[in-house]
Design a protein around this ligand. Structure first.
Ligand code: NAD
Length: 242
């Protein structure tokens, strides 16, 4: 175990209220590409089209083609990795009291994590923009051969329940995240580039509130300088040791 991992283990062991803030890098080892960084999705698809609410409203078929060809098969095949599992153990031991995630893949919950707050929604859930009816992604995917973009039984347009650029974050999730951030004594960021706002403000708030700020990422982040400890390593490698 590296010296830094030993230090992080010690800090986490001494923590009473640990919050984990996770990003796409956590699920990279489950086979879900990140947005940014090497092999990121943005080198293959145009984010100004599939990740933007204005474009979705203008041409929803673009998003749904991306969903059919890329997102669904990848999410369907993905399984929680060792890092997700390590976090479940930290929760079971009573150290970790809240996961705040930017991820939309549902892998924390699939691993068995109980307290997960999803800032950007969940792509497994599809909602009708007219009547708000909710569908599971499997059901909608099956119909994509016949009709694209898919429609609700009421005739309304369907949209994955995720936050696209230009949309506000869900208020309830934000409230949970702010409260946990105010109450924690240790705030651990795992696999986030920390450039997507307003989510990226949350670790900053934790630090300003007097919490320890720890970061695990294979690359640098804009908050590395102010963090108490940074480890540049794959998430599963460090978390399994911890
Ligand atoms: P991001 O794509 O901007 O950044 C990913 C970060 O993870 C990078 O800093 C990269 O260096 C790091 N990383 C890659 N592999 C890693 C590993 N094995 N261990 C540790 N770090 C690793 O992701 P973000 O900061 O979460 O924000 C972007 C947006 O991406 C979010 O809104 C999120 O909804 C969306 N997104 C989610 C998923 C998912 O749910 N799995 C996938 C792609 C994008």
């Amino acid at each position: 175990m590296s010296e830094k991992t030993k230090q992080m283990k010690e800090l986490i062991r001494n923590s009473h209220n640990l919050v984990v803030f996770s990003g796409a890098g956590l699920s990279a080892e489950s086979g879900i590409p990140t947005y940014r960084g090497a092999g990121g999705l943005w080198s293959k698809y145009d984010p100004s089209k599939y990740a933007d609410i204005q474009y979705f409203n203008q041409d929803p078929s673009y998003y749904w083609r991306f969903f059919k060809e890329e997102r669904y098969p990848v999410i369907k095949a993905a399984r929680p990795n060792k890092a997700h599992e390590a976090m479940v153990r930290l929760e079971q031991q009573g150290t970790l009291f809240q996961v705040i995630t930017q991820n939309i893949d549902g892998l924390h919950q699939e691993a068995g994590q109980r307290k997960v707050c999803e800032l950007h929604g969940n792509t497994r859930r599809i909602i009708c923009l007219e009547c708000n009816r909710s569908y599971h992604m499997d059901e909608v995917y099956r119909g994509l051969e016949k009709i694209l973009p898919p429609l609700c039984s009421c005739g309304g347009l369907l949209k994955p329940d995720v936050v696209l650029f230009g949309e506000p974050l869900p208020q309830e999730a934000l409230n949970t995240a702010w409260q946990a951030t105010r109450e924690c004594d240790t705030f651990l960021v795992v696999g986030s580039s920390l450039v997507v706002n307003p989510a990226a403000q949350i670790p900053l708030l934790a630090k300003q509130n007097g919490s320890l700020l720890l970061i695990i990422n294979i690359d640098t982040t804009p908050l590395d300088e102010m963090a108490d400890l940074v480890i540049h390593c794959p998430a599963s490698e460090v978390l399994m040791e911890i």
